[in-house]
Design a protein around this ligand. Structure first.
Ligand code: AOF
Ligand code: ZN
Length: 355
């Protein structure tokens, strides 16, 4: 099962809002065929693994309950029955309301032995974007920031470019490929004029939404963010109070705000309508703090440079975290050395951390 789950990881970044799924066909203890779901809309892992199998009475290892409905693809249960698979081992029942136990029922009715719960927690962690999106109809939210050893975002002159070194910036770029969208605050765009695209090799034509929270609708149409919208579509959010200014893109939403802070719940709800299953929030500090304060973040990735900035007039990442009711605890955290610093990554929301 672990091999099936890990095989599914090869689709990472390309399958959303659909899940990461791999599948193995086993006959008398030997793997005779494998398959995985490559990208959105392509055949399911089960179909890929079973298509060339002619032997009967095999065991299929597939982490997600096989589907039993017609979507873009035909029902996998039909193929499993037709290929006379005798046993199916599953990690998780599919929360998709069109499946949700009905796939298992269908196979049981056809005398296929079913085992569930195999490596369930590991798979829930791997597939956390899909599970949050299916269960909550909201994208999974990961916050990313780079700080100094003493937790500072910038020095007193608001210079932040040198906080993370080249290697960290490269890693941080390839991280974008894991998500369906990246999100930043309008001030970050005004000050840094970033492209927010994927420029690393190896990601083919992966599409990525770019989302900017521009409360006062202040962006300048000459900024780089307005380029390359074919592959990197732009979605803007501004306050209703700025609705008298012309929308800057087709996907410009004017929503409620509390002072400068837009209604983030509403933002996530609207993003789900675009079928965005995961969002990487890249800053600035206030946007990150707002997600934390509203308890809307699921995961945190903190790049820490081996540098101390010091001083009380420099900017602390978590400075406006005053309304947090307690410390943020990372679950299943991992620490990795990178360049001249390190990265800490862990879940914040126990519901979608994989137990
Ligand atoms: C996938 N890949 O390997 C499996 C999926 O629109 P469709 O026909 O591609 O169906 C998507 C649903 O199929 C998805 O939400 C999930 O419930 C189920 N299983 N989906 O994209 C796969 N096994
Ligand atoms: Zn299927």
């Amino acid at each position: 099962m672990k091999a099936a789950i890990n095989l599914g990881l090869r689709g990472k970044g390309f399958t959303e809002p659909n899940p990461l799924v791999g599948a193995l066909v086993v006959d008398r203890g030997k793997i005779i065929s494998t398959g995985f779901h490559r990208s959105f809309g392509t055949p399911h892992a089960e179909a890929m693994a079973l298509k060339s199998v002619s032997r009967k009475h095999t065991t299929l290892y597939v982490p997600l309950e096989p589907c039993c409905h017609f979507g873009i693809n035909p029902p996998c249960t039909d193929l499993i029955i037709q290929k006379k698979v005798s046993r199916v081992v599953i990690a998780l029942q599919d929360p998709n309301p069109r499946v949700n136990g009905k796939g298992i029922e269908m196979m049981k009715k056809n005398d296929i032995r079913i085992e569930t719960g195999c490596l369930e927690k590991y798979y829930a962690r791997v597939n956390r974007h899909y599970l949050k999106f299916m269960n909550r109809k909201r994208p999974y939210v990961t916050l990313k920031a780079g700080v100094s050893l003493d937790g500072k975002l910038t020095d007193k002159h608001h210079r932040s470019k040198w906080i993370t070194d080249l290697e960290m910036r490269k890693f941080s770029q390839s991280l974008r490929s894991e998500f369906s969208a990246i999100l930043v605050g309008g001030r970050t765009v005004l000050v840094d004029d970033p492209r927010l695209t994927i420029r690393e090799r190896g990601w083919g034509d992966k599409r990525l939404y770019r989302v900017v929270l521009d409360t006062y609708n202040q962006l300048d149409l000459n900024q780089k963010i307005f380029r390359q919208q074919q592959r990197f579509p732009l979605i803007l959010f501004s306050s209703q109070t700025a609705a008298n200014r012309t929308p800057k893109v087709d996907n410009h939403h004017f929503i409620k705000s509390d002072g400068e802070v837009l209604d983030l719940n509403r933002v996530l709800k609207i993003l789900a309508r675009y079928r965005i299953a995961s969002v990487l929030v890249e800053g600035g500090g206030q946007v990150i703090n707002s997600f934390l304060n509203k308890k809307l973040a699921d995961e945190l990735i903190l790049f820490t440079a081996s540098k101390v900035i010091g001083g009380s007039d420099s900017v602390e990442l978590f400075a406006s975290g005053v309304s947090l009711s307690g410390p943020i605890r990372l679950i299943h955290h991992r620490i990795m050395n990178l360049g001249s610093g390190y990265v800490v990554r862990g879940s914040i929301n126990p519901l979608f951390s994989g137990g």
